[in-house]
Design a protein around this ligand. Structure first.
Ligand SMILES: [Cu+2]
Length: 146
């Protein structure tokens, strides 16, 4: 019996060591992210669920979530993506990917996705944004790395 509890204890420790930080963020037809700010630990493995909980068609009201590298402004980046040719089917042109830490694909109504990425090893602020057309004017937030 003692042996069994040691096995159970080590399984618990092992699973904690590999635990991901889970975050859920929704976008809606009112151009809002459900969360505007969240915190993660430096170097943590992040599992981010993103859902478009709207009802409008994807070509009119698609959403993505784009987490930017430190120091990149979400507003400036949104404008840059549009100038780079972002449109309703390709919201995130390849030419702007150098500013991106992690991102989801563009989602239509009731679609969701989980993206996994590693938080940077250094504390800092990472702005996040939806790059569907002009949504960057409204749909922005911050990931705080502590
Ligand atoms: Cu959007």
């Amino acid at each position: 019996m003692k042996h069994l509890s040691i096995i159970i204890l080590s399984i618990t420790l092992l699973s904690n060591a590999h635990a991901n930080t889970k975050v859920s963020i929704y976008g809606n037809d009112q151009l809002q992210f459900s969360i505007k700010e969240f915190e993660v630990k430096a170097g943590a493995h992040i599992e981010l669920e993103f859902k478009n909980e709207g009802k409008l068609p994807k070509v009119a009201m698609g959403h993505n979530i784009v987490i930017l590298k430190e120091g990149i402004s979400a507003i400036a980046f949104g404008g840059k993506a549009m100038q780079a040719g972002a449109n309703a089917t390709n919201a995130l042109p390849d030419s702007v990917m150098g500013d991106v830490l992690a991102h989801s694909k563009l989602l239509g109504p009731d679609e969701d996705i989980i993206i996994r990425f590693k938080a940077p090893n250094n504390p800092g602020l990472h702005q996040l944004v939806c790059t569907f057309l002009d949504h960057y004017a409204m749909m922005r937030g911050v990931m705080v790395v502590k």
